[in-house]
Design a protein around this ligand. Structure first.
Ligand SMILES: Cc1cc2nc3c(=O)[nH]c(=O)nc-3n(C[C@H](O)[C@H](O)[C@H](O)COP(=O)(O)OP(=O)(O)OC[C@H]3O[C@@H](n4cnc5c(N)ncnc54)[C@H](O)[C@@H]3O)c2cc1C
Length: 808
C-alpha cells in the first residue's frame, strides 16, 4: 500500500510540474527499479508493476504505436462529431492577437508578462491636449441644453471639436491628425464623458470603428491621401453602417447587396462599379455624416470581376450626396444628444475604387471589421465606463458626506455604506481593467478576446455603480435638469450595454468561445487537425496535440487539488503580503479554470457553443481573472499605496467571489452531474474559500469616498472636476469643502448643546455666536457652509407652462 502510494505520489509530482511524458516514464521506471532492488516486495506485486509499465507506459512513449493504436480511432470519431468552423467564425478567430488570456487558459500563468509592461504614461503633448482643449471643451458644454433643449451639440461646440481635431486622435500626423496613443484617446473620452456623455459619444465614434480607422489600416494610397486630411480637419464627418433591421447582433446576415455592373458615374458612361441597395439603422453621426462607410454583400452575377458570383462582405465609402442615398432622419437614443439615425441606399451606383482598400479587399469586410472592432471595445466604451465609475465614486461619496438625514451624513449609515463601498471597489476595478488593455494596444497588439472581456465587464460594472449612485442620491438623482449630473449617465447605460457587441451575446457566445478556441493550448490544434484535408498530416498533428492535452489535463487535476488542499500557500508567485495573496489565488483559479474548460469541452464538445449558460459562466471566470490581474497591476503601477489597499482588496475579493459563483454554477449545471461533483471535490477540496467583500472592508472603502484624500484623487483621476457652485458637480465639490471646514465647529456646537450651554433654538448658530461659543468669523463660515450645502442638495424646478428653469 505504501509502495503504491509512493508511486502515485511520484506521478502526481511529475504531473504537477508538467514534466514531459518521457521524463515522467523514466522517473516511474526508476522508482519501480528502486523498489525491486531495495525493498522487500512480493514477486506478484513486482510483476504487476513491471507489467503495467511495459504494457501501458512504455507503448505510450512509442509515437507511431500511440498514433495508430490510440489516436487514430479517436481521430476518426472526432471527425464525425466535431463541428467545422464557418468562414465568419474563422475570420473572427483569425482577427487580432492572442494575449494575456492565453496565460489564464494555461493554468499556470507567467505573471512576468504583465508585470513587465511599463506603467501607462501620457506624452507631454498628450497631457497638454487634456489640460488645454479637453478642459476647455468640458467647460463650454452645457449638457442639459444639448440633451433637453437643442438635442444636438451647439454650433460652437461642433466647431471647437473640429478645429481642435478631436475627430483626428487616431489619424497619423502625416495626414494632419493628432496620432495619439490609445491611452490618451481613452483619457480624452473619459474626461469628456464626465462632463457630457453625448459629447463623448460624438467624439468617440470617428475615432473608433469607422471610415478613419478602416482607411488607415486598409485604404489605398489615393483613399488615404484624399480622405484622411479631410477627416482630420473635420471637413468630412464619418459614420459607419453595419447594423440593419434584419442584421443586429448577427450582422453577417445582412441582406444589403451590391451588384457588380456597368453604369454611368459623374457623366462618364460604361464605368465598372457596383449598384448598391442597403437599409441600415442606429447609425451614429449618420444625420450629419458626409461620408458613409457601408458594409454589404458583393455579388458578381455577370462575372465582370471573376468566375465567382458571391464575393462576400465588402466595405465601401459612399459620399452623402451620391444619387440614391437617403439620409437625414434620426433616432432618439435614451435622451442623448449625439446624432444617430437610419441610412438607406436605393440603387446607388458607386465606382470600384470606392471599395475600402480597393479590389484586393473585396470579400474581406468581415475580417477587416473584426480586426478594427477591438478599438471601440477596448478604448471608447471602457473610457465611458471609467468616467461613470469615477463620477459616481467622487461625487456620490461627496454627496453622502454633505447630505444629512436623522442629523447624520447619509454616508455614515451602514445601509448607504454598502452600495457606496461597491461604487468605490468597482470604480477601482473598472479603471484598472481599462488601463491594462490600453497598454496592450499601445504596444501594438490587438487583444481581441480581452477587448470583449473589457467591454462586457466594464459596461456591467458601470451599470452597477450608476444604479447604486442613483439610489444614494435619491430624489436628487431622479429630478432632472441642469443641476443633475447623474440621470443622463443612467440613461446612457443601455447604450453602452448594447453597442459594439451586445453584452449578453458577448458574454455568452463570444468571450469563452473565442477565448477557448484561440487561447487554449491544444483545442484549436485538435480541431484543425481533425478537419485537415491531408488526413495523414492531420492524424500526426492530432496525435501530438491529443497526448499533450491529456498530460495538460492530468496536470491541472493534480495542481488544482493540491493547491486547493494547501489553500495556495505553497504556490510560488510574485508579490509581497497582500499582493502575493491575490497572485496566489489567481494562479489557483487559473489552474481550476483550465481543468474546468477541459471537463466542459469533453462533456459538451461542439454543443458547448449552444450551451450559453455554461459558456457565459466560463466567460465570467475568465473575465474576473482578467480583472484581478488588472487590479494587481494597477496597484503596483500606482506605487503600492498603503491607503489604497481597501480598494485593491474589495475589487479582488469581489472578483474571486464571482469566479467561485460561476464555477459552482458550472458544476451544478453540467449534464453529467457526477462530473460536476468530481470537479467540486478537486477544485474546492476543503470548502468554498471566497466570500463577498466583508462589512469591515466595505466600511473602509466607503470612508475613503467621504472626504478628500490622495486615494480619492487617484480613484477619480482624469475626470472633469471643478468647484464652480453653479456647476452640476462643482457645487458638490464646493459644498464638501465647506462641510469639512466647518466639521470641528459643528462638533463644538453639538458639545455645547450636550452640556446644556445651548438650548434647542431656531437659530443655533446665532445663539452660539451670542454666547461666544463661536466667533463672528466662525459664524460667517457656518452660514456660508449652510448656503453651499443647500445649493448642493437643490434640484431643478420648472415652470408649469414650459421648460424654463425656475429654481429659486
Ligand atoms: C445608440 C446606438 C448607436 C449605434 N451605433 C451604430 C453605428 O454607428 N453603426 C452600426 O453599424 N451599428 C450601430 N449600432 C447598432 C448596435 O451595434 C446594435 O444595436 C447591436 O449590434 C445589437 O443589435 P440589435 O440592437 O439589433 O439587437 P439584437 O441583435 O436584436 O439583439 C437583442 C438581444 O439579443 C441578444 N442576442 C442576440 N443574439 C444572441 C446570441 N446568439 N446569443 C445570446 N444573445 C444574443 C443580444 O445580446 C441582445 O441582448 C448602434 C446601436 C445603438 C443603440
Amino acid at each position: 500500500m505504501i509502495i503504491l502510494g509512493s508511486l502515485i505520489l511520484i506521478l502526481a509530482v511529475a504531473a504537477y510540474f508538467r514534466l514531459p511524458l518521457i521524463v515522467w516514464s523514466l522517473i516511474l521506471g526508476a522508482a519501480i527499479l528502486f523498489i525491486h532492488i531495495y525493498l522487500d516486495v512480493s514477486t506478484k506485486s513486482l510483476l504487476l508493476a513491471w507489467g503495467i509499465y511495459f504494457i501501458i507506459v512504455v507503448p505510450l512513449n512509442l509515437n507511431l504505436l500511440r498514433r495508430y493504436a490510440i489516436s487514430a480511432p479517436i481521430f476518426k470519431l472526432m471527425g464525425g462529431i466535431m463541428p467545422t468552423i464557418s468562414q465568419t467564425e474563422q475570420e473572427a478567430l483569425d482577427a487580432g492577437d492572442i494575449w494575456w488570456e492565453a496565460e489564464l487558459f494555461s493554468g499556470k500563468p507567467d505573471f512576468s508578462m504583465i508585470r513587465n509592461i511599463p506603467k501607462p504614461q501620457l506624452t507631454d503633448e498628450e497631457q497638454a491636449f487634456l489640460d488645454g482643449p479637453v478642459e476647455q471643451l468640458c467647460e463650454m458644454i452645457d449638457d442639459w441644453k444639448i440633451t433637453h433643449e437643442d438635442y444636438d451639440l451647439t454650433p460652437e461646440t461642433w466647431k471647437f471639436i473640429k478645429d481642435n481635431r478631436f475627430f483626428a486622435m487616431i489619424i497619423p500626423k502625416e495626414y494632419g491628425g493628432l496620432e495619439y496613443s490609445a491611452l490618451c484617446h481613452s483619457q480624452v473620452i473619459m474626461k469628456l464623458g464626465s462632463a457630457s456623455g453625448s459629447t463623448a459619444v460624438t467624439v468617440m465614434v470617428p475615432n473608433s470603428l469607422g471610415p478613419g480607422k478602416l482607411l488607415m489600416t486598409y485604404g489605398t494610397k489615393e483613399q488615404k491621401d484624399y480622405y484622411l486630411p479631410r477627416l482630420a480637419k473635420g471637413i468630412e464627418v464619418p459614420c459607419f453602417g453595419l447594423t440593419g433591421p434584419y442584421a443586429g447582433s448577427d450582422a453577417g446576415a445582412m441582406p444589403d447587396v451590391g451588384i457588380v455592373c456597368r453604369g454611368t458615374f459623374e457623366g462618364k458612361e460604361d464605368v465598372l462599379g457596383i449598384r448598391l441597395n442597403w437599409e441600415k439603422r442606429y447609425i451614429t453621426l449618420a444625420p450629419v455624416a458626409t461620408i458613409l462607410g457601408i458594409a454589404f454583400k458583393l455579388k458578381d452575377p455577370d462575372h465582370l470581376l471573376s468566375d465567382v458570383t458571391d464575393r462576400g462582405i465588402t466595405l465601401a465609402l459612399v459620399k452623402r450626396e451620391t444619387e440614391g442615398v437617403e439620409i437625414g432622419r434620426r433616432h432618439f437614443p435614451m435622451n442623448q444628444a449625439f446624432l444617430n439615425g437610419p441610412i438607406r441606399g436605393n440603387d446607388v451606383f458607386i465606382p470600384m475604387d470606392w471599395i475600402i482598400g480597393g479590389e484586393q479587399y473585396i470579400g474581406k469586410g468581415w475580417s477587416m471589421l473584426m480586426e478594427c472592432l477591438s478599438d471601440g471595445r477596448a478604448i471608447s466604451l471602457p473610457a465611458l465606463g471609467a468616467s461613470a465609475g469615477k463620477i459616481a465614486a467622487r461625487f456620490t461619496g461627496a454627496y453622502s458626506r454633505i447630505r444629512k438625514q436623522f442629523h447624520t451624513p447619509i454616508g455614515y449609515f451602514e445601509g448607504v455604506e454598502e452600495p457606496l463601498a461597491e461604487i468605490g471597489g468597482q470604480a477601482y476595478a473598472i479603471d484598472a481593467a481599462r488601463l491594462l488593455v490600453l497598454s496592450s494596444l499601445d504596444s501594438g497588439e490587438i487583444p481581441s478576446v480581452i477587448s470583449g472581456v473589457v467591454k462586457q465587464q466594464i459596461m456591467e460594472r458601470m451599470r452597477k455603480v450608476i444604479n447604486h449612485a442613483m439610489d444614494i442620491h435619491g430624489g436628487h438623482g431622479i429630478s432632472m435638469g441642469p443641476k443633475n449630473f447623474l440621470a443622463r449617465a443612467y440613461q446612457l447605460i443601455p447604450v453602452g450595454i448594447t453597442v459594439e457587441g451586445a453584452n449578453i451575446l458577448t458574454r455568452t457566445l463570444m468571450i469563452f468561445g473565442q477565448g477557448a478556441m484561440r487561447s487554449h493550448p491544444y483545442l484549436l490544434k485538435e480541431v484543425e487537425a481533425v478537419h485537415n484535408k491531408d488526413v495523414k498530416q492531420g492524424l500526426k498533428d492530432f496525435n501530438q496535440a491529443l497526448f499533450a492535452h491529456i498530460g495538460f489535463f492530468i496536470s491541472n487535476v493534480v495542481r488544482s487539488f493540491w493547491i486547493g488542499l494547501t489553500a495556495s500557500r505553497l504556490l510560488r508567485t510574485p508579490g509581497t503580503g497582500i499582493t502575493r495573496h491575490y497572485y496566489r489565488q489567481l494562479a489557483r483559479m487559473s489552474s481550476c479554470f483550465a481543468l474546468m474548460t477541459d471537463a466542459c469541452v469533453a462533456i459538451l464538445g461542439g454543443s458547448l457553443k449552444r450551451r450559453e449558460k455554461i459558456s457565459g459562466r466560463l466567460a465570467d471566470i475568465l473575465s474576473n481573472m482578467y480583472v484581478i490581474t488588472a487590479v494587481l497591476k494597477h496597484f503596483e503601477d500606482e506605487g503600492q499605496q498603503e491607503k489604497d489597499i481597501p480598494l485593491l482588496k474589495w475589487a479582488c475579493d469581489d472578483a474571486l467571489f464571482n469566479i467561485q459563483t460561476a464555477m459552482k454554477g458550472v458544476m451544478v449545471n453540467l449534464p453529467v452531474p457526477v462530473i460536476g461533483r468530481m470537479l467540486n471535490m478537486i477544485i474546492f477540496p476543503l470548502s468554498k474559500p471566497y466570500q463577498k467583500p466583508d462589512d469591515k472592508l466595505g466600511h473602509k472603502v466607503a470612508r475613503l469616498l467621504l472626504e478628500p484624500s490622495d486615494t480619492r484623487e487617484r480613484l477619480s483621476k482624469g475626470i472633469y472636476v471643478n468647484d464652480d457652485p453653479e456647476d452640476a458637480t462643482g457645487r458638490i465639490e464646493y459644498a464638501l469643502n465647506y462641510v469639512l471646514k466647518t466639521d470641528e465647529l459643528n462638533k463644538k456646537i453639538r458639545a455645547a448643546q450636550k452640556e446644556g450651554r445651548l438650548s434647542p433654538s431656531d437659530d443655533l448658530y446665532l445663539e452660539a455666536k451670542a454666547k461666544k461659543i463661536i466667533s463672528g468669523n466662525e459664524y460667517a463660515l457656518l452660514i456660508e457652509a449652510e448656503a453651499a450645502i443647500l445649493n448642493a442638495i437643490k434640484v431643478d424646478e420648472f415652470s408649469n407652462t414650459g421648460w424654463e428653469v425656475e429654481t429659486p
